[in-house]
Design a binder for this molecule. Structure first.
Ligand code: ME8
Length: 490
């Protein structure tokens, strides 16, 4: 049994399955997976949750357009998101769907709790609503009555609604953000929320009557729960709220989300949890957006990229490698297929080449005997720096440093002219290279798990853990010549 302080709970946002998954969804899952695998490498007992957000008007309308019932529609669509996880080699422990009964019960229980606290009242909502982000807007926050994110006309709404007294939690949330410097990361994102809070916090409409596709409000079945109130609760139901699993993993260590939903995850979620008497998550970690030629991905404008197709052509590792190396974590980044091709070929030239050169040389040399590895090469690995970067979620920087070490390994072969060496000298050089490749592959596991496991398998390394990144742990070994790891694309 691993103690609670070794438990690590990471979540992604749950995606709207209103249409097929896009590259932005893939990006978020890849980043979360990289962090989850890194934590496992460090010896944490990780729980990694992802899933789909299946209620609300947006889904109801998409189902109608597809001439399907909402349930049929989400059953089909959520499979595509589940499949995306599989294809990308995502190591999530659970895939939650908000249409699951267990989730509905937890959502109702939390609403009841908030109601019992005296934080719910009935009123009339009159305002503007964006279906694409399922969010209410005030006229002053809109641009010519358009959604500031989606640039589409907002719908006027006037209906009976239950309200959550979010305004009551304004001071508490501000204090929490100021006191807990890691609550919102990267740090520069804190100012954005604190600034917005300067306008004062309004109560939140948390139920809708015209919308039937949702979880019924437990104390008035004519109403359904507002989709964001419902969705955020997945982070509790996903680890079986009120069970031992929940006790072990809550509060979440990381909610990884895109920059457009930071308000929902800090202010709305923070207020909901405070009202329900539940601890707030430790960190809301914000990533940037993937754009296409500097512009937002958009179905309407034909700027949509299917991540499944990319994996079919390049493989999951190449896509993961490209995304994790070329996009500075926390900032927006541009996708280009040219860039992906380049990184795919770089993997072949750097890591693939190192593996095949080692295998070629080792085949001729026979068994490589265990010895002391050469300090001139192993001293080049910046392990402490890599660990620090990963702990700070500077994923791209960590990956650059690991690949720098792979470059050093290739350089070592070249400079030592290993193919000309004989006897003890040859053995030492080959042992040094094989052991260095073993260490590099362990560190690459969070980024390119498939290739990492394949190389470690070839090197007979059984345990993928940070403890095994010490040099000199490789035993005597006979290395065969195996298949090429990465195929170059023209
Ligand atoms: O917001 N680049 O769902 P969603 C990077 N259901 N990330 C992107 C992106 C892009 N181009 N486009 C979207 C929702 N994302 C809600 C979440 S959580 C309780 C409910 C990210 O399908 C986006 O920022 O619109 C979000 O984190 C995730 O994909 C799902 O977006």
């Amino acid at each position: 049994m691993i103690s609670k302080d070794k438990a690590f709970y990471i979540t992604t946002a749950i995606d709207y399955p209103s249409s097929a998954p896009h590259l932005g969804h893939a990006y978020e899952k890849i980043c979360a997976d990289c962090i989850a695998r890194w934590k496992r490498l460090q010896g944490y007992d990780v729980f990694f949750l992802t899933g789909t957000d299946e209620h609300g008007l947006k889904i109801q309308r998409a189902a109608k357009k597809a001439k399907k019932s909402p349930q049929e529609f989400v059953d089909e669509m959520s499979k595509k998101f589940k499949n995306l996880c599989k294809v990308l080699n995502i190591s999530n422990d659970r895939f939650i769907r908000t249409t699951e009964k267990v989730h509905g019960k937890v959502a109702q229980a939390i609403l009841e709790k908030v109601n019992k606290k005296g934080d719910i009242y009935k009123g009339e909502y009159e305002g503007l609503y964006c279906i694409d982000c399922e969010t209410f807007y005030l006229e002053k926050d809109s641009l010519n009555l358009e959604c500031p994110t989606h640039k589409k006309p907002l719908e006027k709404v006037r209906e009976e609604s239950y309200f959550f007294k979010m305004s009551k939690y304004e001071k508490q949330i501000i204090e929490h953000i100021k006191k807990n410097k890691n609550f919102i990361l990267p740090k520069h994102k804190q100012a954005e929320i604190l600034n917005r809070l300067k306008d004062g916090l309004k109560d939140l409409s948390v139920s809708r009557t015209p919308l039937k596709w949702g979880i019924p409000v437990p104390f008035n079945k004519k109403h359904t729960i507002y989709v964001w109130f419902d969705a955020l609760i997945n982070y509790l139901s996903g680890i079986d709220y009120k069970t031992k699993t929940f006790e072990k993993y809550w509060p979440a260590d990381i909610h990884l989300i895109g920059k457009d939903i930071l308000w929902h995850h800090t202010v709305i979620w923070g207020s909901m949890l405070s009202s329900a008497g539940i601890k707030l998550p430790k960190t809301v970690l914000v990533h940037g957006f993937i754009n296409l030629k500097g512009e937002k991905l958009s179905k309407a404008a034909g700027r949509i990229i299917n991540p499944i197709k990319l994996v079919e052509t390049y493989g999951a590792d190449a896509l993961r490698y490209y995304i994790l190396k070329d996009i500075v974590f926390g900032e927006d980044g541009d996708f280009s297929e040219e860039g992906l091709k380049e990184r795919n070929n770089e993997l072949a030239d750097k890591l693939g080449n190192l593996v095949s050169r080692l295998e070629g040389l080792a085949k001729k040399a026979g068994e490589i005997k265990k010895t002391t590895p050469d300090k001139r090469l192993i001293g080049k690995l910046k392990l402490k720096e890599i660990e620090k970067k990963l702990d700070n979620y500077e994923l791209d920087k960590a990956l650059h440093l690991i690949i720098e070490f792979v470059d050093e390994c290739n350089k070592y072969i070249q400079e030592k002219k290993v193919w000309q060496l004989k006897g003890k000298e040859l053995n030492k050089a080959l042992y040094t290279i094989a052991d260095s490749l073993r260490v590099a592959s362990i560190l690459l596991h969070p980024f390119i798990p498939e290739a990492s496991e394949e190389i470690l398998n070839r090197l007979k390394e059984k345990k993928i853990s940070l403890e095994r990144t010490k040099f000199g742990l490789l035993g005597s070994i006979k290395i065969k010549k195996s298949d090429v790891l990465f195929k170059k694309v023209k």
